[in-house]
Design a protein around this ligand. Structure first.
Ligand code: IFM
Length: 412
């Protein structure tokens, strides 16, 4: 049985800072050099120079969409100074996709910021919206032929990154732990100590998203939205009130801001339990992933149904995947996630595509350990080694899901 619409996008996602290497003018580069506990991104996967090979591998496997980031710190390394050469670089990436018949899905900001912008106060600066708008306007000059634009990646996770940075600065936390990685005791202690993010963290990013949306619509023909880290939150009935409070602060405030967008990007990896103390760290379990989250392939459909209902917009899965060193497990996880997704589509949820996280093993925001990729990368030679999951997902794409998915594992 085919669950997926005919023009469905099947692809994989990356982010500039995590794969390009040497993002010298960014706040992340600066942060990595000083934060205890952080590994350096360094040359990363050198995808800045090897993007054509990466896109060709994706296309050669049978996938038809590639989500990648444009790096603001490269385009505008100094405030008001826009690099024509870097704009041309990203135009070449778009052209490389189009030449391979791959639909580019372009992210304008994925966590990393120009150092000057971060120094000015980042998203909390009174100038944040105008600065981001100026950058977005320049980028629209190179977006001809691009149909999908994500303005800001995971603003809700970005709020956590800002809070974590503040906790390091104030001495509340002594060692960097990426909010995308848990399971180490110090992380759990820090997470427990951090307050629920307040609307003050969300508001400037919401305003920046809306400003960018207006610019993209006025200057391009692309569909525009943003992508949210979807928690698939749940709680026992006695914690329902806390669940609503936590879900609003971490997620729904951002989903509600998607009203009027052309799509909402859903990014799902696991579920998240809530009790009266807030987020409950995932208990240790042999099935947990390399980033400490529970093995929950069903979380994708839970997240999709919730996001579609709250955002009131069509859904594009902009990230879903698993940190594992066992590629069979990646295939099993993705297969089951897609079967659940097919169920949501059958029930009438408007889903436009599935972009797996990630095309490449990459830099997990302070850590090189967790591997999410369909392709392994030798970090000394930069040789790419496609894993069986890449060909497997390509086959799924070529058959549009028919007959490939292990629906027998699904318990809906
Ligand atoms: O690597 C990250 C990505 O940058 C944002 N979403 C979650 C991924 C896995 O943790």
């Amino acid at each position: 049985m085919t669950y997926f619409p005919e023009d469905f996008l099947w692809g994989a996602s990356t982010a500039a800072h995590q794969i390009e290497g040497n993002n010298l003018n960014s706040d992340w580069w600066a942060r990595e050099s000083v934060m205890p506990g952080m590994e350096l991104s360094g040359d990363a996967d050198d995808s800045y120079h090897r993007y054509a090979e990466d896109i060709a591998l994706l296309a050669g496997a049978g996938l038809n969409a590639y989500r990648f980031g444009i790096e603001w710190a490269r385009i505008e390394p100094r405030q008001g100074h826009f690099s024509r050469a870097e704009l041309a670089h990203y135009r070449r990436m778009i052209d490389a996709c189009l030449a391979e018949r791959v639909t580019p899905v372009v992210t304008l900001n994925h966590f990393s910021l120009p150092l000057w912008f971060a120094t000015e106060g980042g998203w909390s600066s009174p100038h944040a919206v105008e600065r981001f708008a100026a950058y977005v306007e320049k980028v629209t000059d190179i977006l001809d032929g691009v149909e999908w634009v994500v303005t800001i990646n995971e603003p809700n996770m970005m709020a956590m990154i800002t809070m974590m940075t503040e906790a390091m600065r104030s001495g509340q936390a002594s060692e960097w732990q990426s909010p995308t990685v848990e399971g180490e005791s110090d992380r759990n202690r820090i997470a427990a100590a951090l307050p629920v993010p307040t609307v003050e963290y969300a508001r400037p990013m919401i305003a920046a998203h809306h400003a960018a949306r207006d610019i993209v619509r006025a200057r391009t023909g692309a569909k525009v939205g943003w992508s949210i880290a979807n928690g698939a939150f749940y709680a026992d009935p006695e914690h329902a009130e806390k669940l609503a409070e936590v879900r609003y602060a971490y997620e729904d405030i951002y989903l509600e801001a998607s009203h009027g967008d052309d799509f909402v990007g859903v990014q799902s990896y696991s579920t998240q339990r809530v009790d009266d103390n807030g987020l409950v760290p995932h208990p240790e379990h042999p099935d947990n992933t390399m980033v400490g989250t529970a093995y929950r392939p069903d979380s994708l459909a839970v997240a999709v149904r919730h996001a579609a209902a709250v955002a009131g917009a069509p859904v594009l899965i902009t990230e879903n995947g698993i940190a594992t060193s066992d590629d069979d497990r990646r295939i099993a996880f993705t297969s089951e996630a897609l079967a659940h997704l097919g169920g949501a589509i059958e029930d009438g949820v408007d889903v436009r595509g599935y972009l797996h996280w990630s095309l490449l093993d990459n830099y997990e925001w302070g850590h090189w350990g967790p591997t999410f990729g369909l392709i392994a990368v030798d970090r000394e030679t930069f040789v790419r080694a496609p894993k069986p999951s890449l060909a497997w997902l390509g086959d799924v794409a070529q058959s549009n899901g028919a007959g490939t998915l292990r629906t027998d594992e699904v318990q809906i």
